[in-house]
Write a protein that binds this ligand. Structure first.
Ligand code: SF4
Length: 106
């Protein structure tokens, strides 16, 4: 094997090894979180804290309504953040609320 060819082979082997080592870290990255300023969040009046919902805009809102007791919440019991059908892959706060809130059955 010529020296140049050997160098290329070694460089590519190291590079592919780095990709293999980095892949698990990428697949376990935490999902991004919804920002209150995101378009969908603004449209739905979403707040990370149900206590901070605009009561003038949503007079039927109750502070007992939380993402964690909404039928769209995809997080587990006790999770501070979780998925929601309204926000795609981004997570919302269990203590949050938006205008699509619907009581979880049961
Ligand atoms: Fe929270 Fe339910 Fe609105 Fe999703 S739909 S952000 S879980 S209140």
């Amino acid at each position: 094997m010529r020296e140049t060819t050997r160098r290329i082979f070694i460089t590519r082997s190291i590079a592919s090894g780095c990709v293999v080592l980095a892949a698990p870290a990428l697949t376990h990255a935490a999902p991004s979180r919804v920002e209150e300023a995101d378009d969908t969040a603004v449209a739905l009046g979403y707040k990370h804290d149900t206590q901070k919902v605009d009561r003038q805009r949503y007079p039927k809102h109750s502070s007992a309504q939380l993402c964690s007791n909404c039928s769209f919440f995809q997080g587990g019991a006790g999770d501070a953040w979780g998925g929601c059908a309204m926000f795609g892959r981004k997570h919302i706060a269990a203590a949050g609320w938006c205008a699509a809130w619907a009581k979880k059955p049961g």
